[in-house]
Structures are given as C-alpha cells and as structure tokens.
Write a protein that binds this ligand. Structure first.
Ligand code: UDP
Ligand code: MG
Length: 328
C-alpha cells in the first residue's frame, strides 16, 4: 500500500476465464508485452477461473508462481461471466481497473490509448470500447443483438450502447460505485450506465476469437437479455394493466352493441367459433401477464435470498502460502 502511495499508479487488469486453456497462454504473452509498453504504471492481472473443467486453473497457478503481477481467483463451479467480473472487481486493488476477455477479442494493445484518454481529461471516469462492426459474427446473432438493444433502449431508463463491449477502463471511484451495486442478477453493461460518470468511447474493428470456442450459446444469450430487461425496466409489468384497460374498453363496446341490437329487435346470438377465439385470446393474454409477473417475482425471490454472487475455492494467496509452507 505504502509503495503504491508514493510509487506508480496501479492498473488492475481483470479477466474472466471459462475453459480458456487454449487462449490463456496467448493472452498472457500479449498482456505482458503491453505491460512492458507502459512502464509508468504498476500492474496486477486478476484471472478469474469461472469453474473451468480444462487446464485453465493450472495455467493460472503457473502464471501466479512465475510472475508476481499475476493473481487469480478460482470458483467452486461455473457462476457465469457476470459473477467472475464482480469477483475480480472485489479483489482488485488498482487505482484503475480494466476488464478484458481472455480470447484477445478485447485487444490489450488498446490499453495505452485508453489510459492516455483517461489521464488527459479530469472529468472522465471511464473509457469504454465498442466495435465499429460486427464483422465475423453469425448474422443471426447480430440480428437478435440489434433487436434486443433497440427494445431495451425504448423501455428502460439506462441507455445501452449497441456495440459496446465489456472491455472498459474505470477509475477506482467508478469501480467502487459499480461494486456498491451488489445485486445477484447482474448485467454489467446496464450497471456501468446506471452508475453514471462520464465515459469516452473508442471504436475498433471486430476481432475474431484467438483460440477455442465461444462460451455463450444462443440460449445463454437469450436468458442473459431477459435478465437485463427485468433488471433495468419495469415496462413489461405495465403490459397487464394496458391490456386490462383495452379489454375493458372492448367489452364495453360489445355490451353497447348487444343492447342496441336488442333494442332494434335483432337477435344477438353470434357463433360459437368467434366466442372461442375471444376466450382463447383473453386466456392467452392472462397467462402472458402472469408469466411476466412471475419473471419479476422470481428475480425478486432470488435477490431476497441474498446468496453470495460467487464462491471461491482457491486464490493466489492460498498458492503462495502453500509454497511457503513447503519451503520451510
Ligand atoms: N466467460 C466466463 N464465464 C462464462 C462464459 C464466459 O468467464 O460462463 C468468459 C470467457 O472465458 C471469455 C469471456 O467471458 O473470457 C467472453 O466469453 P466469449 O469470448 O466466449 O464470448 P463472446 O466473445 O463469444 O461473446
Ligand atoms: Mg469472445
């Protein structure tokens, strides 16, 4: 701590990793190269093993024992990228913190430029990155991603930048604010916007994964987007009320029509099929409303349980203690 006060400002590089044994060595080489380019800063690289089932943890242990700057947290199981991001922030000690993916899709080489931007402008607390195109991504994924961003920006108070990545540099001030939101159902892109502060953006061309496969299936992304909607908008809850009003109005018109037809002496018996359609339609809408309510209720239920966001089994401190014991 004392060293940090007098010495160089420290940057915490935070990397969530899930089954990244193929990318991690490439990432390590690249981040080391970039750290050499920035001698005016001290660094710590926090690798979070999100319950990997391959050799990822072994590589982290190796990195931590060979290089003092590397630290790691290993989870008891796969808790998801959001949990890994939270854990990294919680253990970070830097004056600046930056998130990066392990697959080099967030190029570490941009860091000097991001840092320069942040230091130049006093009023800035964050430098984010966004992709100038989604080149190389499956078109169906881009289509749904765009649809999602258009919808969430319409129904929520937070403004999400469509092409924004989680690759983001923040001051300690902002990092602490992000940490203070300790909700269980996390959606970082929304949280970054929610906490406020001024952010500058840097664009870069989409880069394909350096090695290994994507860890996000379509289904996982779909669930993730629902999480965001429930976390940052209550608009879906209003659907039930709006539909209620519409149906009341429709039934009122229907009653009027029946009365007028009765007064005119016209029979009001319409067919059975049209009746069934109305019943099914109203029934379906009711089920939908209950379903939406259920989504919010289930999230609220999980929040009230106050379960920890992640559980760690091992950190680099455990490793160092073990090594010291063996050395004695
Ligand atoms: N990741 C994670 N836990 C998960 C899924 C992914 O920590 O459950 C990490 C992964 O190791 C990578 C980052 O999150 O560093 C982004 O994942 P990926 O590159 O697979 O996603 P994509 O770039 O395809 O959206
Ligand atoms: Mg990736």
């Amino acid at each position: 701590m004392a060293e940090q006060k007098q010495g160089k400002p420290r940057i915490s590089v935070m990397v969530p990793c899930y089954n990244e044994e193929e990318s991690l060595p490439l990432f390590r080489a690249e981040i080391c190269r970039v750290m050499e380019l920035m001698p005016q800063y001290a660094f710590e690289v926090i690798l979070v093993d999100d319950g990997s089932r391959d050799g990822t943890l072994g590589l982290m242990r190796q990195a931590a024992s060979e290089d003092e700057r590397f630290r790691y947290v290993s989870f008891t199981r796969n808790f998801g990228k959001e949990a890994a991001m939270y854990a990294a922030l919680q253990v970070s000690r830097g004056d600046y913190v930056v998130y990066m993916d392990a697959d080099l899709q967030d190029p570490p080489a941009l860091l000097p430029q991001m840092m320069e931007k942040l230091e130049q402008d006093e009023t800035l607390d964050s430098v984010g990155t966004r992709r100038s195109s989604r080149k190389g991504e499956p078109p169906i994924r881009s289509f749904f991603a765009n649809l999602f961003y258009r919808m969430i920006n319409r129904i929520s108070d937070v403004r999400l930048i469509p092409a924004a990545r989680d690759y983001r540099l923040m001051t300690r001030r902002m990092a602490d604010s992000v940490l203070s939101l300790c909700e269980y159902n996390r959606f970082s892109k929304g949280i970054f916007e929610w906490v406020g502060y001024r952010t500058e953006w840097i664009s870069y061309e989409n880069i394909e994964r350096s090695a290994g496969k994507t860890k996000f299936s379509f289904w996982k992304l779909f669930k993730y987007s629902l999480e965001c909607i429930v976390a940052f908008s209550t608009a879906p809850l209003a659907i039930a009320s709006v539909m209620g009003v519409l149906f009341c109005f429709a039934s009122f018109v229907g009653i009027l029509v029946i009365i007028i037809r009765a007064l005119l002496g016209v029979s009001s018996a319409f067919g059975w099929p049209s009746m069934m359609c109305v019943i099914l339609f109203v029934g379906g809408m009711l089920e939908l409303s209950i379903g939406i309510l259920g989504e919010y209720l289930s999230k609220a239920y999980l929040e009230t349980k106050r379960r920890p966001i992640y559980l760690a089994r091992e950190t680099e401190e455990d490793l160092r203690k073990k090594r010291e014991k063996e050395g004695d």
